[in-house]
Design a protein around this ligand. Structure first.
Ligand SMILES: *Cc1c(COP(=O)(O)O)cnc(C)c1O
Length: 400
């Protein structure tokens, strides 16, 4: 018999069907208990379908209060939010939130509070001046050899400290637009100095596989684009999105790297582990980015546990960022000295691979500026005087 289209389709479907580990790996006992309690009519297969998660994401305070006893400061509706940053949390991520403690780390990072309405004069909607460094809409060209390509304003879950809250979660979602993508890709094509394209947003992995593939494919066809990277929080907020078919698609476009936004060790669940294992097994080098947040992760025990967890998940801790001064962020912002203290508590005390670079993305558009604790004490006639991780003093015979 002639092979028919339907046979090909069957083959494709069986590839999808060859994902039963999904049911077990993406259904931890915690998820199952949450499902039983709050979604008794929903099957585990639906729960594990990323589209179900997106379609059923929690977008108002009333829906949220079904799972969580909200505190008086959490109840303010974000409808009239000054940054228009809406509320959105996937049911999966909601299952990680403590139902009674308003100071719970993950809860503070995604549930709006009245503190978001407290402004200080040093804050700004676009502190990194990305819009000023944007040669075409959705593209930020700040460094000589690489660009930031903002392909969508959509996210699975909105972090309350989002540096792009000025553009994410808009109803019109102007950045999610094929003609904008084409203009950005034409710019990259015309600029032969661009050897690295960082696809971000919003979250690029909220796009459908074929849409994302068309973007990556067009970038890959550009000879001078050596490296493509995707910035995402999806493995943390919606690990179900990391399907076998997604990674099969992504691995066709190597070298493709991924930067995963993580905040706290409690995000490193079995589901997240499965998602990261799929990505790492597809040969995608994984890096992390974490924002220092007051009362969320600003202590060495949490950060060390996070960095160790990342290493176990085969994610190289890449950046630890000082929180950007977006409007209504003062309750999240730690002093810069706190970040330095965290690096001091990591470097030397644990694997060098587990130590990220602490950086401030300079307000005004100066780019990322790395900061280190003071390891160089000074100089004398013998050379350079250095301080090691234990605070002991050493001299290197540097006579230059
Ligand atoms: C962060 C960023 C990059 C990438 O910086 P790396 O230090 O290479 O990771 C590129 N462009 C813009 C505008 C950025 O904000």
């Amino acid at each position: 018999m002639e092979p028919t289209v339907s046979i090909d389709k069957e083959a494709l479907e069986s590839e999808e069907a060859a994902e039963p580990p999904l049911l077990t790996c993406f259904g931890s006992s915690r998820s199952r208990a949450f499902l039983q309690q709050f979604y008794p009519d929903v099957t585990l297969a639906e729960w594990n379908d990323w589209r179900w998660q997106l379609n059923n994401s929690i977008t108002d305070v009333q829906a949220l209060s079904r799972f969580i006893t909200l505190s008086p400061t959490e109840c303010r509706s974000p409808d009239i939010h000054p940054r228009n940053l809406p509320l959105r949390i996937t049911p999966y991520y909601a299952s990680l939130l403590d139902t009674s403690d308003p100071d719970h780390s993950l809860r503070r990072s995604v549930i709006p509070t009245s503190a978001e309405y407290v402004f200080s004069p040093d804050e700004s909607r676009d502190p990194l001046c990305e819009d000023d460094h944007s040669p075409v809409p959705g593209l930020v060209h700040r460094y000589p050899d690489r660009v930031l390509f903002l392909v969508t304003g959509d996210c699975s879950t909105f972090c309350r400290y989002c540096t792009r809250s000025r553009m994410v979660g808009k109803r019109d979602n102007a950045s999610n637009n094929p003609s904008r993508w084409s203009a950005a890709i034409d710019y990259i094509q015309a600029h032969t100095e661009v050897r690295d394209v960082l696809i971000s947003g919003g979250d690029p992995l909220t796009l459908a596989d074929d849409v994302l593939e068309s973007i990556i494919q067009r970038l890959r066809r550009i000879r001078h684009v050596e490296m493509i990277r995707i910035g995402t929080k999806i493995p943390v907020t919606l690990p179900q999105r990391i399907t076998a078919s997604l990674v099969l698609m992504l691995k066709k476009y190597h070298p493709l790297w991924m930067s995963i936004h993580v905040t706290h060790p409690e995000e490193l669940t079995p589901e997240c582990e499965t998602a990261c294992a799929r990505l790492a097994d597809a040969g995608i080098p994984l890096g992390s980015q974490t924002v220092m947040l007051k009362g969320v992760n600003d202590n060495i025990a949490s950060l060390k546990a996070l960095m160790h967890g990342l290493i176990r998940f085969r994610i190289k801790p890449y950046y630890l960022f000082q929180c950007d001064p977006i409007p209504g962020s003062s309750h999240f912002r730690t002093p810069v000295s706190k970040g330095l203290e965290m690096i001091q508590g990591l470097r030397g005390h644990t694997s060098g691979y587990a130590v990220p670079t602490f950086a401030i993305d300079a307000p005004g558009g100066g780019g990322k500026i790395p900061l280190l604790p003071e390891y160089v004490i000074g100089r004398d006639e013998n050379g350079l005087i250095l301080r090691n991780y234990e605070g002991k003093i050493f001299c290197y015979p540097d006579k230059g």
